[in-house]
Design a protein around this ligand. Sequence first.
Ligand SMILES: *[C@@H]1O[C@H](CO)[C@@H](O)[C@H](O)[C@H]1NC(C)=O
Ligand SMILES: *[C@@H]1O[C@H](CO)[C@@H](O)[C@H](O)[C@H]1NC(C)=O
Ligand SMILES: *[C@@H]1O[C@H](CO)[C@@H](O)[C@H](O)[C@H]1NC(C)=O
Ligand SMILES: *[C@@H]1O[C@H](CO)[C@@H](O)[C@H](O)[C@H]1NC(C)=O
Length: 406
Amino acid sequence: MFQWKKTIYKTACLSFLLVITVMVLQRGMAPSQFIQGQQQKGLPPLEPLKTEKRNSIFSIPSSFWKSEKEKAPVKEEGSESVTAKQEKSWDVTTTNCSANQNLSNADWFKGLEPNFQQFLLYRHCRYFPMLINHPEKCSEDIYLLIVVKSIITQHDRREAIRKTWGQEKDVDGKKIRTLFLLGTASKEEERANYQKLLDYENHIYQDILQWDFLDSFFNLTLKEVHFLKWLNIYCDNVRFIFKGDDDVYVSPSNILEFLEDKKEGEDLFVGDVLYKARPIRRKENKYYIPSALYNKNSYPPYAGGGGFLMDGLLAKRLHKTSETLELYPIDDVFLGMCLEVLKVSPVGHKGFKTFGIVKNKNSKMNKEPCFFRSMLVVHKLLPPELLQMWELVHSNLTCSRKLNVL
Ligand SMILES: *[C@@H]1O[C@H](CO)[C@@H](O)[C@H](O)[C@H]1NC(C)=O
Ligand SMILES: *[C@@H]1O[C@H](CO)[C@@H](O)[C@H](O)[C@H]1NC(C)=O
Ligand SMILES: *[C@@H]1O[C@H](CO)[C@@H](O)[C@H](O)[C@H]1NC(C)=O
Ligand SMILES: *[C@@H]1O[C@H](CO)[C@@H](O)[C@H](O)[C@H]1NC(C)=O
């Protein structure tokens, strides 16, 4: 009896060991080795870009997590293949911009709130060096470049976007590529640790552009002009650009459908457009603007920065125009000012809901997947909601009718 039990016990132990061994052996073979193995056997090679990407994910240099001083900076990763041909590159390499002392004595300046003073003191500092660049991003013809304003601490939003509307893919030969636009951490204590994580995130996904300016609300316009300058240098072959926030829902398939009949050189600029919006003069408001900064009664038409679409060539003209205007602290209004100079009118479209769907925040409409299915952009969804909504919209959803917005 005892002997019998012992045998069972032994067998069980051996099987368990065997299972563990098999698992360990399987894990020991990195996915990149699988890929190489396949190629050696004469199977059709995977798309070069994909293979490269995978290899780089799994072949993290062992020095990656070593402290800053021991290794070369991670700047300009992946640039080797392109820079040789491309003569143009980001030409700002030092930050040497001091406060504009001319202002300090003016009475109107002294009466301003500290954040506006700060803005004005450094308003003339146009461009900053790049910390993370991807000159290779536009080396192919890109149909739709998705660029997302993000900040260093919100990696969860970037992660959710990569899984949903920011997926890089080719649809009927049209290439969709994604980039996140970042400055540096606005809080000192966040800087060191988050920077290291961001470098790692970029190492994996290769989709981060970062400039050496503080990511603050008033610096969003800097992000705008940095992106336009970057695009002008590195992207000659981008047909359309979607630019938006990292807390929105976007439907790339609806965007593609919308773009289908657009012609070359149409100066397309479309979004949730505000006409004759008035500058806000209540100090408690996030968008408050003192009249010392802007004294007209209304803004030129502009598209809400939550998400809008523009033509690639128009973006280049916007870059040139932006350099002739003084920076304005609200990024989407600033772009409206540039469009006004170019005499291009932004076009409003009801598929862009960047100021919320309905006024009542508790309305069921805000969570209705059938509604999302017909939209191009909807504000505002945080990662768990975004993932959930994405799944719902892409499931076998039965809606009474597809809202006809396109
Ligand atoms: C920064 O600019 C000032 C004056 O514009 C100049 O005197 C100084 O040498 C510059 N510093 C660096 C590090 O370039
Ligand atoms: C300050 O004033 C001087 C003289 O008017 C001018 O040359 C200079 O460009 C001004 N500085 C800034 C940063 O605007
Ligand atoms: C914008 O970023 C620059 C560079 O980091 C910084 O000096 C400046 O204070 C920032 N401006 C605002 C308004 O936060
Ligand atoms: C959706 O419906 C189709 C047919 O109506 C079915 O073949 C498919 O498996 C369904 N997909 C899901 C995710 O339920």
